[in-house]
Design a binder for this molecule. Structure first.
Ligand code: PLP
Length: 388
């Protein structure tokens, strides 16, 4: 409980600072709160649903969710990815966070190891630790931040239970190519054979729809022992409503057992009966397209602006984060210095690596435009230091 969450800390600092000097004077790139409003279909669904008899509407559903919404998710998966998904393979959750905690708990025993690709979403380590497991950080391949398959291969130990991947990626915006996913799948199958036991792949996909013209392959079609954790937080801009799902592929020999383990982990951790109104909303809105035009525009303004100022960054193919090289080795010191210019940017140490910062560009376009003089002044402050 006392372990810091740097993203939340910076976000909280931002709220305080905005109250002190005015919202328009703080350039808050800290948190991934979507700036695109939820589609109208969400409000319309809520307005219609709320007229239903309250006891039925607000009552408990079965632990994995109501049959209708689970079927709606399964149908959507089947349609989009050309497979035959069933409602039994879908466990509705309070966002991807609950889904990931459940999935890690389901596939591990205390003492196991879970691999993550660094930089990575920091809560993976928290959930792994809660399950009694150790997180093994495997650096991404630079400069493209795709997976480094050889490094993953080299990180296997007798205790490895599986790997978590996240594409489109937070914090770097990389989208893993089909080739790299196929290479990972082939390597996992080889390792399984050598170890004589199953290895699991957890695919964390809350940003699946937020891409800039790039394919996001359906991972269970490439590797059978995959658990997909999905969320409507980003695709439908509903992060505070807490709704998502876990999908367990049934093409592996132990698929049914894993689905049972997921349900058991949900029960053990208390993640049962996801918010019920939102189960129904998700069922109705499951096919709503995500509006990525505003993020695409923000991405262009931010990258063009920073590039003109001489900042180095990774061109993002998806999600709404920009991974920018810090102007000194100590990312925390760089983030602290940025604060002096009212720029709130998250140091990369939070994501398991040094030397970078993450900028969330799911914010008002105007804030990005007005932040450029602050980024200029921040850069000049380093140049002044060098020449003095
Ligand atoms: N995974 C990643 C990579 C995320 O960035 C987030 C949230 O920002 C989550 C999981 C958790 O999302 P949710 O709001 O669905 O719990």
């Amino acid at each position: 409980g006392s372990a810091p969450n740097k993203i939340r800390e910076l976000f909280a600092y931002g709220l305080k600072r905005k109250a002190e000097i005015g919202e328009e004077n703080v350039f808050d790139f800290s948190i991934g709160n979507p700036s695109v409003p939820a589609p109208d279909a969400v409000a319309e669904s809520i307005a219609e649903l709320i007229k239903e008899p309250p006891c039925a509407l607000h009552g408990y559903t079965p632990s994995p969710g109501a049959a209708g919404p689970r079927q709606a998710v399964a149908d959507n998966i089947s349609r989009r990815f050309g497979i035959d998904a069933t409602a039994d393979q879908v466990y509705l959750t309070a966002g991807a966070a609950a889904g990931l905690a459940i999935s890690i708990y389901a596939i591990t025993n205390p003492g196991d190891e879970i691999m993550v690709i660094a930089p990575y979403f920091p809560e993976y380590a928290v959930w792994a630790e809660t399950a009694g497991c150790t997180t093994i950080e495997v650096p991404a391949h630079e400069p493209d931040f795709q997976m480094d398959i050889d490094a993953i291969d080299a990180a296997f130990t007798p205790k490895t239970a599986g790997i978590i991947i996240n594409s489109p990626n937070n914090p770097v915006g990389a989208v893993y190519t089909r080739e790299s996913l196929e290479a990972l799948a082939a390597m996992l199958r080889e390792r399984e054979e050598a170890l004589g036991r199953p290895l699991y792949l957890i695919s964390d996909e809350p940003y699946r729809e937020i891409t800039y013209g790039i394919e996001v392959p359906w991972v269970p079609s490439l590797y059978a022992r995959t658990i997909v954790c999905y969320s409507y937080s980003k695709a439908l801009s509903l992060p505070g409503e807490r709704i998502g799902w876990v999908y367990v592929s049934d093409s592996a020999d132990d698929g049914d057992a894993v689905a049972v383990a997921v349900a058991g982990a949900g029960r053990a951790l208390g993640y049962v009966c996801a918010p019920v109104l939102l189960q129904r909303v998700a069922a109705r809105c499951v096919g709503e397209p995500s509006d990525v035009a505003a993020y695409a525009e923000n991405r262009a303004i931010l990258t063009e602006g920073l590039s003109a100022l001489g900042y180095e960054y990774v061109e993002p193919d998806g999600a709404f984060y920009l991974w920018v090289r810090a102007l000194e080795e100590d990312a925390q010191a760089f983030s602290d210095r940025a604060k002096e210019y009212e720029l709130l940017i998250v140091p990369s140490d939070s994501f398991g690596v040094g030397g970078w910062v993450r900028l969330s560009y799911c914010i008002a376009r105007d804030t990005i435009e007005r932040s450029m003089p602050a980024f200029k002044a921040l850069k000049e402050s380093y140049e002044a230091k060098l020449s003095s």
